[in-house]
Design a protein around this ligand. Structure first.
Ligand code: NAD
Ligand code: IPM
Ligand code: MN
Length: 356
């Protein structure tokens, strides 16, 4: 059968809990759609530090570079807050993204009528939201040099090259063409040199290569306000690494929980798939985490390896669980992480039973 090698990196906190459910759903898909997944599991983040004194152990990186796809749960936690900056669990994840060449981070946010009812925002404002944040992931202030901390001061460098902006802009324009034909680029070009370059390059790529896409530019402060007040005005949003990080957690207010937001990071040979949320130390180890963000990330993985039918089945199974339960606590239910994952896996295996 068609066979995919998958490097599974559960990580820390709720990472292992939600990764187990994503893996369960992927296995159900393999059985239902006639392909095989060869899974290997590796430590990353705090787990990597504990096992190998490295948040991205060599063997973990090698396995990821060899795999067809990489799935990561989450990294970080208070246990490791004291370690050296370069050894923090989060550094392991940043190094992995860079080594995989995963420069294009796709973070879709969709809010159905049913989810809108539970949103902390007014349902009539958020129902029908369907936006895609395209976040640049391997550049900007996360990676810029110099970076330094001394006794008396510290600094980071927000740096973007023309090439880095061109390639992320093209990814975003392609998505805009496939979707509504609208693209919003978010920056701080009124203040930052790197953003002024960003705006010029995105405009040029649009005019030269995608004249059919309607491009608008927004400053990030205004964009943050509009994501909350009028989310349906957005379709595809392209932005830099730091702004995309903040805007995507902000956009989690629309469905009302981070527990629903998936992501795919593409650009290299193998994609990296991870929920947008972190290790959630406040709820870890108790079966309280919503696994749907991880499961929807697995659906993005299936799309990336061209198992589109299976990806659609997973999304339909998630819809049916959102309609009929069982729901995890962040969505108002009392189901455990594993019960939610099992329900999605069951619905994938027998779609007609759960979705007439
Ligand atoms: P977080 O995303 O872990 O949690 C933020 C809030 O959302 C918490 O209240 C948490 O309980 C809730 N939440 C998150 N995921 C949930 C889920 N699946 N179901 C239900 N509720 C969920 O952010 P934080 O608390 O700021 O960070 C905790 C640690 O995670 C830090 O070490 C941080 O660096 C790390 N982090 C890692 C990633 C990643 O691995 N990709 C992403 C973000 C944060
Ligand atoms: C995310 C996380 C990461 C980021 C951290 C853990 C490095 O917040 O994936 O959104 O800032 O990119
Ligand atoms: Mn984040």
């Amino acid at each position: 059968p068609r066979t995919y090698s998958l490097a599974l990196l559960p990580g820390d906190g709720v990472g292992p809990e939600v990764t187990a459910e994503a893996a369960r759903v992927l296995d159900a898909c393999a059985a239902a759609f006639g392909f095989a997944i060869e899974t290997s599991e590796h430590p990353v983040g705090g787990a990597g530090l504990d096992a190998d004194n490295d948040p991205l152990p060599r063997a973990t990186l090698d396995a990821c570079l060899d795999a067809d796809a990489v799935f990561l749960g989450a990294v970080g936690g208070p246990q490791w807050d004291g370690v050296d900056a370069d050894l923090r669990p989060e550094r392991g994840l940043l190094r992995l993204r860079a080594r995989l060449g995963a420069f294009a981070n796709l973070r879709p946010v969709a809010v159905s009528e049913a989810l809108a009812e539970r949103s902390p925002l007014r349902p009539e404002r958020v129902a029908g939201t369907d936006l895609l944040i395209v976040r640049e992931l391997t550049g900007g202030i996360y990676f810029g040099r110099p970076r330094e901390r001394t006794e008396t001061e510290a600094y980071d460098t927000m740096r973007y090259s023309v090439t880095e902006i061109e390639r992320i802009a093209r990814v975003a324009f392609e998505w805009a063409q496939k979707r509504s034909g609208r693209l919003t680029s978010v920056d701080k070009a009124n203040v930052l040199a790197s953003s002024a370059l960003w705006r010029d390059v995105v405009s040029r790529i649009g005019a030269d290569e995608y004249p059919d896409v309607a491009l608008e530019h927004l400053y990030v402060d205004n964009a943050a306000m509009q994501v909350v007040c009028d989310p349906r005005r957005f379709d595809v949003v392209v932005t830099g690494n730091l702004f995309g990080d903040v805007l995507s957690d902000l956009a989690a207010t629309l469905p009302g929980t981070l527990g629903l937001l998936p992501s795919a990071s593409l650009g290299g040979r193998a994609g990296l798939f991870e929920p947008v949320h972190g290790s959630a130390p406040d709820i870890a180890g108790r079966g309280l985490a919503n696994p749907l963000a991880a499961i929807l990330s697995a659906a993005m993985l299936l799309d990336a390896v061209d198992e589109a039918e299976a990806a659609t089945a997973v999304r339909q199974a998630v819809e049916s669980v959102l309609d009929d339960g069982p729901l995890p606590p962040d969505l108002g239910g009392d189901a455990h992480t594993a019960d939610v994952g099992a329900a999605v896996a069951d619905a994938v295996a027998s779609p007609t039973l759960s979705h007439p």
